[in-house]
Write a protein that binds this ligand. Structure first.
Ligand SMILES: [Zn+2]
Length: 416
């Protein structure tokens, strides 16, 4: 097959995020990467050979980066919200039945994300079970493989198993799909295994995902060793260490620049934020999940002020109403009273920074992969970013491009 020639994606407004807005802007794409960003007139004249896809009354933004998702859940039959430990107990009870539909749910979740303008997803699933669906979706992203030490004899066995599993899973993947390790949470992975996994993955230069300081029950488990999570995981008796989950995670060496910690919602003190800033760990903010499961409000403004990298995450469809990251971001805008520009950065470039992939994606800049979304909105000058987020949250994404490939086009979708 001949290599496709250059393409220009142009729109009434282009928001590169890392540079000022461009009216009648254009993105020149060559071999999947952004070759130039500028005015349509100039880029068009200089590249007369390029195929032009022009959306006059639309806006082009970088594709959304989802820093924390679980693809293997579906809409419609989620356990009841309101209490994290009760929700989790029902989830665990339903795991055997869930096996039958996890793959189908993962395909549908990935598709929903793409159709909402997402181009990069950090996904966490048991032993990386949703990797085939992420890899087959057209998305770029990372699957973080969770493992559960009680299924093994020793911490060494558990950690070696997951490392070998991840190594094996990496073979034959699309160029932009990757697999890494997740240490699921302070209440499911014991301190010795957590520390060993953190050390081994760091030695290998790998990345790590964790859930941290999510619920009031987790805070109680770590501090006191009691509560709803202690009841569910009776055999997990290492809690009750008298410190916050963040402090505990630092003690067991989980916090580092390669780590992304999801939630940080309940029980994160100012001292904890200092620890997050000092260790360089990044945060995935999932405010709708936190709201649904009564997990409080993450101190995101303080974290950002102290230089903690923060991205947005939808979590999965059993704890969140959608896989639409712009909808998640709109919720965060209301919650923290952020302006649109801050929101669009969180949904794109800051998410890429949190995951350590900002060299590759997250903004419209020459050299990065051409990951972008075309949104059916023609905003004014007041707060254009907010108008774009509101539109994209409401389903106005019409084209999604990952690495220069059009992976979603609502026009052909309707025709087909
Ligand atoms: Zn999660």
């Amino acid at each position: 097959m001949p290599e496709p020639g250059p393409t220009i994606f142009a729109a009434g407004l282009v928001l590169p995020v890392s540079a000022p807005a461009i009216r009648e802007g254009a993105v020149l794409v060559r071999d999947g990467r952004i070759a130039a960003v500028g005015g349509l007139e100039d880029l068009g004249q200089q590249n007369a050979d390029a195929e032009l896809r022009y959306y006059p009354h639309y806006t082009i933004v970088p594709g959304a980066v989802n820093t924390h998702a679980h693809l293997g859940f579906r809409r419609g039959d989620a356990p009841e919200g309101g209490s994290f430990s009760k929700w989790l107990a029902v989830l665990i009870e339903r795991l055997p039945e869930k096996e039958k539909w996890t793959a189908e749910a993962a395909r549908a979740s990935a598709r929903e994300a793409i159709e909402a303008g997402t181009t990069f997803v950090a996904e966490s699933s048991p032993y990386g079970e949703c990797l085939p669906q992420l890899a087959g979706s057209g998305l770029a992203g990372t699957v973080y493989a969770e493992f559960f030490p009680h299924e093994f004899g020793t911490p060494e066995e558990a950690v070696e198993f997951i490392i070998e599993k991840v190594r094996g899973s990496r073979e034959g993947l699309p160029e932009r799909v990757d697999v890494q390790v997740s240490v699921h949470s302070p209440y499911t992975v014991d301190p010795e295994t957590s520390r060993l996994a953190a050390r081994r993955t760091r030695e290998l230069g790998w990345r790590l995902a964790i859930h941290l300081s999510e619920s009031p029950e987790e805070v109680e488990f770590v501090r006191e060793g009691t509560g709803g999570l202690a009841d569910i995981f009776g055999r997990n008796d290492w809690g009750g260490v008298g410190v916050s989950p963040v402090k505990y995670a630092e003690q067991i060496e989980l916090l580092a620049p390669e780590t992304i910690a999801a939630h940080l919602a309940t029980g994160v003190s100012e001292e904890d934020v200092e620890i997050l800033a000092r260790t360089g760990v990044a945060a995935a903010h999932c405010p709708r999940s936190n709201d649904l499961l009564n997990c409080g409000v993450s101190p995101v403004p303080l974290m950002m002020e102290r230089g903690v990298r923060v991205g947005m995450g939808t979590d999965g469809l059993w704890s969140s109403p959608s896989m639409n990251l712009f909808e998640e971001t709109l919720f965060a805008l209301e919650l923290h009273r952020f302006d649109g520009a801050t929101g669009l950065r969180l949904a794109t470039l800051e998410g890429a920074r949190a995951l350590g992939v900002e060299v590759e994606t997250g903004s419209l800049e020459a050299g990065k992969w051409a990951d972008l979304a075309v949104v059916a909105v023609d905003p004014g000058d007041q707060d254009p970013e907010r108008e774009v987020i509101e539109a994209a949250a409401g389903g106005a994404v019409t084209v999604t491009v990952v690495g220069g490939d059009v992976v979603y086009d609502s026009a052909t979708q309707a025709a087909g």
